[in-house]
Structure formats: structure tokens, C-alpha cells
Design a protein around this ligand. Structure first.
Ligand code: ZN
Length: 137
């Protein structure tokens, strides 16, 4: 679920503006970006994951709450014109139109909704990052 490069960089022009945008995204990791439902397939989301595959209702509550707080506390990284919508089609409005960051990871503003409402569990790499766990080599 963690991407090293956002898909929208693929179409950037090979000029100063393109280089500026690429530099802004360099070194960051991206998560919480979903494909459209298979029944509403579009080119734009090819290769992105389906949040239904990450539901874990038994996930540790303490970790889950820490991740939700972290996701909600992100700083605005990018603002978009259109608002996002829930891939679970739960009817939630106001999923947000910004991407947030903690300086290392970038996620859509609405990602917290998936964790809160649909028990989507982010990859352990991100959970460890949030919890400040140092991985032993
Ligand atoms: Zn929802």
C-alpha cells in the first residue's frame, strides 16, 4: 500500500516546473491512495490498491488510535480542486481535498476516515513509524 512515487508525477513535463514538482515529492512515501471500485474502473487508478483488502477489525486499539491521531495531525502538503469520496461507498461527505504529510509520509486527508470508520489497517512499516518503533536489523 506504500508507494515510493505518486502516479501523477508520470505525466509531468520535462521542464523547470516539472523538476520543481518532482523535487517536492522526492524522498517521500505515499499511502492511502486507492483504486476506484472495480465496477467503476478508470485508467487513473490502475495499479492502486483496494482498501477492502486492508480491513482488520481485530487490530490493536491503542495502535489504531495512535495512527488516527497521527493521520489527523498531518500538515497540508498539497491541495486539490476536487473532494475525495469513500471507496466503501458509505455515503461519507467531506473526505477532504488535500494531501497531508508528516515530513516522511504523504496521505490523503480522508485516509483517517478509512481507519476510523472501516477499520483499514495501514502497513506495519507506517504503524511502526507512527509509534516510533526502531526496527532492529
Ligand atoms: Zn466510508
Amino acid at each position: 500500500m506504500i508507494l515510493s512515487k505518486p502516479w501523477q508525477l508520470d505525466g509531468l513535463p520535462d521542464n523547470e516546473m516539472g523538476a520543481k514538482v518532482r523535487a517536492k515529492y522526492a524522498g517521500l512515501k505515499f499511502l492511502g491512495y486507492w483504486a476506484w471500485p472495480k465496477t467503476e474502473y478508470t485508467e487513473a487508478s490502475v495499479g492502486l490498491p483496494d482498501p477492502h483488502d486492508f480491513v482488520d477489525v481485530d487490530w490493536d486499539t491503542v495502535q489504531r488510535k495512535a495512527v488516527i491521531r497521527h493521520l489527523q495531525a498531518g500538515q497540508v502538503f498539497e491541495s486539490w480542486r476536487g473532494s475525495s469520496w469513500c471507496r466503501f461507498r458509505c455515503g461519507a461527505g467531506k473526505m477532504g481535498s488535500t494531501c497531508l504529510t508528516d515530513g516522511k509520509y504523504v496521505w490523503p486527508q480522508g485516509f483517517a476516515h478509512y481507519v476510523t470508520e472501516h477499520h483499514v489497517r495501514p502497513p506495519q512499516e507506517f504503524v511502526n513509524h507512527v509509534l516510533g518503533v526502531k526496527l532492529s536489523v
